[in-house]
Ligand binder design. Structure first.
Ligand code: HH2
Length: 286
């Protein structure tokens, strides 16, 4: 598996789990942290996440939660471009969470380093738009469409079916001319999956290493954590950090999170344990 991810001008080292900080530009994000078209607030939030230890930022201008308002490409770009412009020099690569080829092209031209596509480049023209750039590409699995995906998700073997789908999408991207070192995959927690499906995927996450590309995982604040803990979306920090840790231990290379500082601290404890106490000074150890 590549030890680095090629993201346009950046190479992201994947020698330890990396944190992708979420910056939502929509008003209706399920996570409750949407910047609602306020570009300066979004830039501030992005800079704060970098300060807290984000290794990459993910800008999303269209919510994917069931019932969210669809957004035109024009509106998506109106929300995205000022924020991308404001964050371009912040020192970490910027990912854009989009499914639209027009947005992919404009975002790549404007300095994005990754396209994060919950439809795995299945929209007409998306594969061509992505392949003609040099950005990293995250291919995510989703069953159905956001509006209805949680009504009746069905699988015979969720882990095998998600694996096979991602394997086909990696092959399609490579056939379109995308180098393997630009690709990563995501099983898509909560995207057309019941709690049992999500738990199976998390339990068997290590199986996805056989795809030969890094794994990105987004569990932060998701409803599966609400179902397990009974907590509303604003009270899922502890569950989100625990889930991120479990995913990292099962091989996730990039963790997509809303709460960067808390996840960074949790990972630091794990890292210290893995790499030996030398990494921690006397003072820090007290
Ligand atoms: N989850 C969300 C959005 N984009 N992308 C990837 N690759 N993986 C995920 O799990 C994922 C994603 C949903 O989270 P959020 O962006 O906070 O919410 P919303 O889509 O409602 O804005």
């Amino acid at each position: 598996m590549p030890a680095t991810l090629a993201c346009a001008g950046y190479r992201l080292a994947l020698d330890r789990p990396r944190l992708m900080g979420v910056v939502n530009l929509s008003a209706d994000s399920f996570s409750g942290d949407g910047c609602a078209g306020d570009a300066s607030r979004a830039v501030e939030r992005g800079l704060q996440l970098v300060e807290e230890g984000a290794d990459i930022l993910d800008l999303g201008a269209e919510s994917s939660r069931p019932g969210a308002m669809p957004v035109s490409a024009e509106e998506e770009l109106n929300r995205l471009l000022p924020v991308l412009e404001g964050l371009r020099g912040c020192g970490v690569p910027i990912s854009v969470d989009t499914t639209k080829p027009q947005v992919m092209r404009a975002a790549s031209r404007a300095g994005a380093s990754m396209i994060n596509d919950i439809r795995a480049l299945e929209e007409p023209g998306a594969m061509e738009a992505a392949a003609s750039s040099t950005v990293a590409l995250c291919l995510m699995h989703m069953q159905g469409q956001p509006a209805t995906m949680q009504l009746q998700p069905r699988y015979d073997d969720v882990v095998q079916q998600v694996f096979d789908y991602l394997s086909r999408r990696v092959a399609a991207a490579m056939a379109a001319g995308v180098a393997r070192e630009r690709l990563l995959v995501d099983p898509g927690f909560g995207f057309g999956k019941t709690l049992a499906h999500n738990l199976s995927l998390l339990r068997h996450l290590d199986r996805f290493a056989a795809l030969g590309v890094p794994l990105l995982v987004g569990l932060s604040r998701k409803s599966m954590l609400g179902a397990i803990t009974g907590q509303p979306v604003g009270e899922r920090l502890a569950a989100s950090v625990a889930a991120a840790m479990l995913a990292a231990q099962r091989g996730a290379a990039i963790l997509r999170v809303h709460d960067v500082a808390a996840t960074r601290d949790a990972l630091a404890v794990w890292h210290a344990l893995e790499s030996g106490a030398e990494a921690v000074s006397e003072r820090e150890a007290r």
